[in-house]
Design a protein around this ligand. Structure first.
Ligand SMILES: [Zn+2]
Length: 66
């Protein structure tokens, strides 16, 4: 899990414009227990006000320009 900068956004749960933490999780393809390449990436944003998390697609993460 990689922590990215994140940014201020309106939370879909509490409706507040607060900073959201952004985390990237990469799923690796492993060969003899050695990570060879990344098969997929998922992103998760966490509201710093209410702590709710939601998953976003890589495409969404890009368009949001964190
Ligand atoms: Zn919230």
């Amino acid at each position: 899990m990689k922590n990215l900068t994140g940014r201020a956004a309106t939370c879909q749960y509490c409706g507040q414009l607060v900073h959201h933490h952004l985390q990237e999780r990469a799923t690796k393809f492993t060969l003899f227990f050695i990570p060879v390449f990344t098969t997929s990436r998922t992103y998760r944003i966490t509201c710093s006000n209410c702590g709710q998390t939601s998953s976003i697609k890589p495409r969404q993460a890009k368009t949001l320009a964190w």
